[in-house]
Design a binder for this molecule. Structure first.
Ligand SMILES: Cc1cc2nc3c(=O)[nH]c(=O)nc-3n(C[C@H](O)[C@H](O)[C@H](O)COP(=O)(O)OP(=O)(O)OC[C@H]3O[C@@H](n4cnc5c(N)ncnc54)[C@H](O)[C@@H]3O)c2cc1C
Length: 475
């Protein structure tokens, strides 16, 4: 059978996962796959970028080295940005002018940092001013590190997940960090008011200065960053200014190619765009008026798209994802899922505030099911809650049982332990019985714990229960 040509545009986490899913369905006997990646590496785990910020190299977080593609018969064009695509001609062109035919193409172009309208961040030629950076790619992290000097001031603009992570990274590099956030509470999309107060205290304990309701106006300094100017006229000194104020789907190529877009590239339940043979997956895709910014929905989309492309399950449909986020900043525990405030008149709210411990926990319950949760300061119940949230399990009469300790939460449930890779407890137990002795073994065998890493505590607990001694894995 002649193989059809499948072009995948972008080589990020969605593409890495899509390739695995295609291989699992014997998709490479059907398709001759070419991956076009603008970045110069094989696909890497973007979630672990703070390791590069702290001094590591991309190889430390690589998911698929260049050799992997060759071994699997996938053509990798790295450092090759696709600049033009013609649906009518079924062709695309890379920045070096090369033309490539495709039968089907997948946009997996991810997101780009969303920048507030700020003066002085760029030079007249459009390049970033020295000392100004964003936080999205390995190259961005290398750039941040090149300007980081211990004892010198840094400003991070954005008090969401990425901003907190960047601020902690720069503080770990010895910088004196000020975190500026436009809204009046940190992580305002994932954490409600009382939780944000606890969160702020925890961040300040790390030595990071927090300024909320901060309207960042300009980066000051003729040739390099020297300070940030705020709306009220205040100046915050900064050798390094990092923008981490959200992301937006990368739709430029799709738009220029007349593929319909809104915030993201519009797709249906099969992840197909409005044009036949063109698909979109990951953070660049908009499904049912939603775009996603975490990896689990992206992976769920990849499974459906692989089913659709290979025909393994022609009825496969993507119906949206339930979103769960967890902050990975060491020393600050935050987990959030679903609604953070009641939405309906009958919604039940359970709130527990432990001032002294700096712990805040809140549940939103609808029709006896978990509709949302916020955990700050102690997220040991997160895995338990995520399972109930995802499965829509009925809840115990005593709602406080839901905040069971980590031990109880990790009692066998038969459910999914690693959300990123959808690895279930029976799979993990089988791997342990099959000889896995350490966390590294378990992760290598099953993939569990190699995404956001938030399940590694559970993996360790599982190994300990089985009488094994998990070696610690650096975060
Ligand atoms: C610092 C950081 C921390 C994060 N932490 C978490 C976390 O803890 N948990 C979580 O769930 N998620 C986290 N995320 C989000 C997660 O990384 C994304 O959800 C995931 O990477 C999305 O995958 P993607 O393939 O859609 O996009 P990306 O991984 O961004 O990949 C898109 C790729 O396409 C390339 N590309 C774009 N346009 C073109 C073109 N025209 N031609 C060729 N190539 C192109 C880009 O260069 C990029 O390499 C984090 C993200 C960052 C930046």
């Amino acid at each position: 059978m002649t193989r059809k040509k499948l072009a995948i545009i972008g080589n990020g986490m969605a593409t890495g996962r899509l390739l695995d899913e295609l291989i699992r369905r014997d998709g490479l006997s059907r398709f001759e796959v070419t991956v076009f990646g603008e970045e110069p590496h094989g696909c890497y785990n973007r979630i672990l970028l703070n390791r590069v910020l702290l001094g590591g190299v991309v190889d430390d977080i690589t998911l698929k080295p260049a050799a992997w593609y060759a071994e699997h018969g996938v053509r990798l064009k790295s450092g090759a940005a696709v600049t033009r695509l013609s649906h009518a001609a079924h062709r695309l062109w890379t920045a070096d002018g090369q033309e490539h035919y495709f039968d089907r193409a997948v946009f997996a172009t991810g997101s780009v940092p969303r920048l507030p309208p700020i003066e002085g961040a760029k030079m007249p030629d459009g390049r970033w001013k020295d000392g100004v950076a964003v936080y999205r790619t390995a190259a961005d992290c290398e750039r941040m590190r090149s300007f980081a000097r211990s004892g010198r001031p840094a400003v991070v603009v954005g008090g969401g997940l990425l901003g907190l992570e960047a601020a902690k990274g720069l503080a770990d590099l010895g910088m004196s960090v000020t975190l500026l956030h436009l809204f009046d509470t940190l992580m305002n999309r994932q954490v409600d008011g009382p939780g944000a107060i606890m969160l702020r205290r925890a961040i300040e304990k790390l030595g990071i200065t927090v300024i909320t309701s901060a309207n960042t106006k300009a980066v000051l300094g003729a040739k390099r960053a020297e300070a940030v100017l705020l709306g009220g006229g205040a100046r915050v000194p900064a050798d390094l200014v990092v923008f981490a104020s959200g992301v937006k789907p990368r739709v430029d190529l799709a738009k220029d190619s007349d593929v319909p877009t809104n915030s993201g590239i519009l797709v249906d339940d099969r992840l197909q765009t409005v044009l036949p043979d063109l698909y979109a997956v990951g953070e660049c895709a908009e499904h049912n008026e939603r775009v996603y910014g975490t990896v689990q929905p992206v992976y769920e989309q990849c499974a459906v798209l692989a089913d659709v492309l290979t025909g393994a399950n022609p009825d496969a449909r993507y119906h949206g994802s339930k979103v769960y986020t967890r902050l990975k900043v060491v020393g600050i525990e935050v987990a959030s899922m679903g609604d953070i405030d009641p939405q309906l008149i009958d919604d039940e709210v359970v709130q527990v505030i432990e001032e002294k411990r700096g712990v805040y926990r809140k549940l939103i319950i609808r029709n006896d099911r978990l509709a949302g949760a916020v955990l700050v300061g102690d997220s040991s119940a997160a895995a338990n809650l995520v399972r109930r949230f995802e499965r829509g399990d009925p809840l115990p009469v005593n709602r406080l049982d839901l905040f069971a300790s980590a031990d109880r939460a990790s009692e066998p449930t038969g459910g999914v332990v690693c959300n990123c890779h959808q690895v279930t407890e029976p799979t993990l137990l089988a791997a342990v019985r099959g000889g896995c002795r350490t966390l590294q073994d378990l992760s290598a065998r099953t993939g569990a714990g190699t995404g956001c890493g938030s399940c590694r505590g559970q993996l360790a607990a599982l190994l300990l229960k089985a009488g094994k001694h998990p070696a610690t894995v650096a975060n």
